[in-house]
Design a protein around this ligand. Structure first.
Ligand code: BT5
Length: 255
């Protein structure tokens, strides 16, 4: 189905893996030709950022990674995760036409305030070139969010829960992999995607106009989320009218 969609990505499927990102990393290290996609029905050690766990027990959900070896300067892929989020949301929206899919900066896909997917990009650099970049996506498709542990359940949703119908898992996987490839092509073919990025980001921004809190160097910063800057940082409008750019970390919605 990937080839039929004009994709050049080779696909490998595994019923169980520790982590599709780890498998992709091992395959790059052993010289497998890229780009390739690793898809699994279950991960025993699915991971998020900063040592967090990605719940990966349900074969009704998707766990996948795509590996690339671009050999280009890192600046050219600095917006890759944001572009991937944009392309994935746009494509998945076709499966769930009634509910707006959004991106919660920097790496969550949300629908009506709940997370249905998380993105994890891991790159290896060498002499200021990106040798390899692995993009991982955990996507709750047909799984029941009530099966998640207590701490995740209230924050999570799935495409099935959003749409009320079972979705074709293979088609969803193929569409998502093509969206990741499209995002990658956008970044490597165009030297400057900055203007395009903020235009594409705006309608998908889950935080826009909302009061959010970020922790920067141990200090809590609260402001109104107002889009992203040219570096992909989240912009906060502060009570005194100034703007602060949040470059890394997580933000929470102020209740
Ligand atoms: C992420 O991390 O959101 C990135 C997750 C990437 C997972 C994919 S699966 C394929 C590939 N292989 C891997 O090993 N990883 C990638 P982060 O922003 O750190 O968010 C983690 C948090 O999301 C957890 O602490 C939970 O609160 C929540 N969470 C965990 N599992 C979830 C799930 N299945 N659905 C919704 N939320 C979840």
């Amino acid at each position: 189905t990937l080839e039929g969609r004009g994709s050049k990505i080779g696909l490998r499927y595994f019923p169980v893996l520790d982590s599709t990102n780890s498998e992709a990393e091992r395959r790059i290290a052993s010289g497998e030709s890229s780009p390739f996609a690793i898809v699994s029905s279950c991960q025993t050690n699915g991971r998020g950022r900063l040592g967090r766990v990605w719940q990966s027990n349900s074969a009704d959900n998707l766990y996948l990674s795509v590996g690339f070896e671009p050999n280009i300067p890192p600046q050219q892929l600095q917006h890759f995760t944001l572009w991937a989020g944009i392309c994935i949301c746009r494509q998945l929206q076709g499966f769930v036409p009634k509910a707006p899919l959004k991106i919660k900066w920097p790496n969550d896909l949300h629908c009506m305030g709940r997370k249905f997917a998380g993105m994890l990009t891991e790159a290896k650099l060498d002499a200021d070139r990106i040798r390899s970049i692995i993009f991982g996506l955990g996507l709750n498709v047909n799984g029941n969010p009530n099966d998640f542990p207590d701490e995740v359940r209230p924050l999570a949703t799935s495409l099935h829960a959003i749409h009320g119908e079972t979705l074709p898992l293979n088609d969803v996987a193929a569409v998502v992999i093509c969206a990741i490839e499209e995002a990658y092509q956008t970044c490597i073919q165009e030297t400057d995607t900055t203007d395009k990025l903020s235009d594409a980001w705006e309608p998908l921004d889950a935080l826009a106009g909302q009061q959010v809190t970020a922790i920067q160097q141990g200090v809590e910063i609260t402001g109104i989320a107002s889009g992203i800057d040219e570096g992909g940082a989240l912009l906060l409008l502060m009570p005194d009218g100034s703007q602060k750019a949040i470059r890394a970390g997580d933000v929470t919605l102020k209740k």
